[in-house]
Design a protein around this ligand. Structure first.
Ligand code: NAP
Length: 473
């Protein structure tokens, strides 16, 4: 853990394992509620000096961190593959995406513009300034163990806030590697603090109830996000919630089914299906269903599964046994209710697979609304395909979920694309595009997928208060 600039080891530790091999990578300090309070003490004490630095000073530190992170790209990527499981190529892409937030917010720090507003009174002037919200508590998931941290810390630091971070139990090593880079770049003692723990609830409770924390930013599942937002409500703490998804992927009759299927194979199996923007319901017009399924099945059955450190591996392990159990339960339920398994559909446990958590990349056809997979986030390598025949119904079907994070549209018709884009109740929509994300673009969900946006201009606003001055002259 890092508290007030001191790296702390505790007698109580927990093991971090490689999900591909079961090997123990390291033992990490197992923090408690009192460590969370000590981290908040440090962040609170560091707040006046840090918020008193100029935007240009904060920008320079973030810019240095960006350079250091790119210099360390290869070692960070290897650590991520070992700790989280994604193939090395994908890990390098994530390090780059994570670094992009440092650069973006190094630049946005210098654009914390205020404004003047004309008054109806001749003797009055209005001025608006933006000030840091205060101490920020951040809780992050394991699936993107680097970028989910920089997406929060970079704007918080740029705004002049200090931070206490609790990374996921499965991936504390990536978190510590990023924080070491921030320290090396010149972040002063107490400005960023990290509490690692195998028991998140007591730490989360302190984050939600200590009055000195003025903002809670969380990325993770919807049930945990709701719990934390509820706990933060009595003090009216500001909250940002980046939560789960259940993305529809709509392929209209005029789309190129081969192009759409290639896109679906890429985005569905991104990070072994463990991304919040992975499609969970792939709706394909019945007139192009067969060529779509043929391409998807061919592509998916060729995906090489294994240890992400090895050449040619496209699909790494799932995070743990619970993830395997959830995927297996959804596939069994779908099969029992009439789905057809075109490829995959089984846990992989023979030979080297036996040491890790592997599931065969799977394509299910004939999926219907009564199946679990149609409603629950899968977070695993299973593509669920549903055919449709009525364009008028498809928007209502796609919107029929409590989630509202990502959605995808494939069509050659600009009017269909625009009408569907405007009618879908999702925060991020790819139109013939499977990667609608960037540090420059706002990321976040509607409905029960979240509150607030990360990245883009909006990302820094999440860490700022608006202050009005009325001056009588
Ligand atoms: P999770 O179980 O909700 O955990 C997320 C974080 O919350 C982890 O650090 C976890 O600690 C912590 N946590 C769990 N229970 C807590 C509690 N009672 N109090 C305080 N902290 C608590 O989610 P996950 O399985 O790690 O991540 C997968 C989910 O994240 C999916 O639903 C995915 O869609 C979502 N996600 C969303 C986005 C987005 O931008 N919208 C991005 C990535 C992921 P432990 O690790 O110790 O359990």
């Amino acid at each position: 853990m890092l508290i007030n600039g001191q790296w702390i080891q505790t007698t109580q530790t927990f093991a971090v394992t490689n999900p591909a091999t079961g090997e123990v990578l390291e033992s990490v300090a197992d923090g408690s509620a009192s460590d969370a309070t000590a981290a908040i003490d440090a962040a609170h004490n560091a707040m006046p000096a840090w918020s008193g630095t100029t935007a240009h000073e904060r920008s320079a530190i973030l810019y240095r961190a960006w350079q250091l992170m790119l210099d360390a790209k290869e070692s960070l990527a290897l650590l991520m593959t070992q700790e989280q499981g994604k193939p090395l190529k994908a890990a390098r892409t994530e390090v780059q995406y994570g670094a992009d937030f440092l650069l973006w917010f190094a630049e946005e720090a210098k654009r914390l513009y205020g404004e003047t507003i004309p008054s109806a009174r001749k003797d009055q002037r209005f001025m608006v300034q933006h000030q840091p919200v205060g101490v920020v508590a951040a809780i992050t998931p394991w699936n993107y163990p680097v970028s989910m941290i920089t997406r929060k810390l970079a704007p918080a630091l740029a705004a002049g806030c200090t931070v206490v971070l609790k990374p996921a139990e499965a991936t504390p090593l990536c978190a510590m590697a990023i924080v070491k880079i921030l320290v090396q770049a010149g972040v002063p003692d107490g400005v960023v603090n990290v509490v690692t723990t195998s028991n998140p609830a007591p730490v989360g409770e302190i984050f939600c109830t200590d009055k000195r924390v003025r903002k809670l930013t969380f990325t993770g599942s919807t049930p945990v996000g709701k719990k934390l937002a509820t706990a933060a409500a009595p003090q009216l703490k500001r909250v940002s919630m980046e939560l789960g998804g259940h993305a529809p992927f709509i392929v209209f009759a005029d789309a190129d089914p081969v192009h759409a299927a290639k896109g679906a194979a890429l985005i569905k199996f991104l990070n072994t299906g463990q991304a919040c923007i992975c499609p969970n319901r792939i709706y394909v017009h019945e007139t192009i269903l067969q060529p779509f399924l043929d391409t998807l099945k061919t592509r998916v059955s060729k995906l090489a599964v294994g240890n992400g450190q090895h050449d040619g591996i496209a699909i790494g392990p799932l995070v743990n046994q619970q993830a395997i159990d959830k995927v297996s339960a959804q596939v069994t339920d779908a099969k029992n209710k009439g789905a057809t398994v075109l490829t995959g559909g089984t846990t992989l446990s023979e030979g080297d697979y036996g040491h890790g958590h592997f599931y065969a990349p799977t394509v299910l056809a004939d999926v219907t609304p009564d199946m679990l997979i149609y409603r629950e986030e899968t977070f695993g390598p299973v593509a669920a395909v549903i055919s449709f025949n009525d364009d008028d119904d498809i928007i209502a079907l796609a919107n029929d979920t409590d989630y509202g994070l990502a959605a995808y549209i494939y069509t050659q018709n600009i009017s269909t694309a625009m009408r569907t884009f405007e009618a879908l109740r999702f925060g991020i929509i790819g139109i013939n595009d499977i990667n609608p994300t960037s540090a420059a673009a706002p990321f976040g969900g509607m409905k029960e997928s979240g509150l607030g946006r990360e990245g883009a201009r909006e990302g820094i606003a999440e860490y700022l208060e608006t202050k009005l001055g009325g001056l009588s002259i």
